[in-house]
Design a protein around this ligand. Sequence first.
Ligand SMILES: Nc1ncnc2c1ncn2[C@@H]1O[C@H](COP(=O)(O)OP(=O)(O)O)[C@@H](O)[C@H]1O
Ligand SMILES: N[C@@H](CCC(=O)OP(=O)(O)O)C(=O)O
Length: 445
Amino acid sequence: MPASGAGLLLGVGAGAGRGAARPGPSRGRGPRRAPARPGCLGAGVRRPRRRWCRGPHMDTLTSVCASDILERARRVVLKIGSALLVEASSGMPRRPWLEALVDDIVDLRRGGREVLIVSSGAVAVGRRSLPLDLTGRPRLQEKQAAAAVGQVRLAHAYQEVLGRHGITAAQVLLTLDDSENRRRYLNARNTIDTLLRLGAVPVINENDTVATQEIRFGDNDRLAARVAQMTSADALILFSDIDGLYTADPNKDPGARFIPTVEALTPEILAMGGGAVTAHGTGGMVTKLAAAAICMEAGCAMAIAPGKGTNPVKRLREGGRCTWFLPSHEPHAARKSWISGSLRAEGVVTVDEGAARALAQGGSLLPAGVRAIEGDFQRGAAVRVVGPDGRRLAKGLVSYPAEEARLLMGHKSGEIEALLGYRGRDELIHRDDMVVDTTEERTAS
Ligand SMILES: Nc1ncnc2c1ncn2[C@@H]1O[C@H](COP(=O)(O)OP(=O)(O)O)[C@@H](O)[C@H]1O
Ligand SMILES: N[C@@H](CCC(=O)OP(=O)(O)O)C(=O)O
């Protein structure tokens, strides 16, 4: 899987003659960033490079930046922890809180944003429904059993509260493997993209019942970051029992100072979380900082924000305090650099002149424009795209394995089902999964 990259990128077009070009906006998502605003900084905080944090409001950094980031985001992931969602005494989801959260989600969507929820709570809800000792720490198998029971109830709660607004809830359960194995990663991403395109709200949790100790995320902070990375989200909000990152745990150190913005995970910042971020750390700030590392690398802004009290998103949009972790680049750039830099091309796809022109204009590569295919690759592999004269045009992730791609070569997308026996994607390489080589790159290679 894309260990580090995420985001969307340039598109490429289809073959001439029998193939239609597919220019236009990527997967229905609009322009992702608005122009710069002048900066806003808190005392002692380095000036962010980001254009979204520039303003004259020197003492109101978090409010200005929060509203900027959220207002400009097209795709937002909200992570809800068990403690916020589940009433400890009853083991039931806090209904009024959830309803208010959904009001916030409706507002976000009204502004044209896509919203995904990463929700914990399956174990907390399910524990009470099984004859388990609630005083001790449950063993892994007991937690998995509890999750199996609780997840049904959790999904039902989301279905009801979203359904009141006519919104369809969609349950997606993921394991670490889904984010690290490229095929599974692409499948999960395509499913989530499709759900969003169709107007549903994906409600995502770890697939606790099959995840084992060794492979489980173990913490939904990191799962949420992986989801943000996988879906090229612009912003991830981790709702917590605390309003952000402090120089030390404020519950232990009354002198701890609030940090409004983090631009780089320096050793000093990591130390604030109580030590180095490891893959196996759990809870507290450690997993939140691990999530921040994933997001910042993926070009996604991340916030630790207070979730207690009603309408947490609304409060944030109205200037409520939180800590923002700012990425150094946008999701487009992160994904583009992952495809062009980190992935080895496992095959070569030769396209005709019409397809080459369409690629340059921005659009997806349809099978119709393909003349030849070299290599033995799997679905999701990176391949080099070359023109009829062998010149490099692009690099992208293929939607079909080599043997199927060869069957589709030169055919219209409408023939895919008849040729393969199933209806796959229209594009051999979707424009979002492709980096078009610039003239300089072509000359250099
Ligand atoms: N540097 C820090 N800044 C803020 N909180 C910290 C810090 N170090 C440790 N913490 C602790 O982390 C807690 C939040 O983590 P946790 O309870 O796991 O989150 P969640 O709200 O997602 O359940 C805070 O209540 C606080 O006690
Ligand atoms: N997947 C588990 C939750 C894991 C988790 O990270 O929980 P939390 O720390 O409450 O966000 C569940 O649904 O119970």
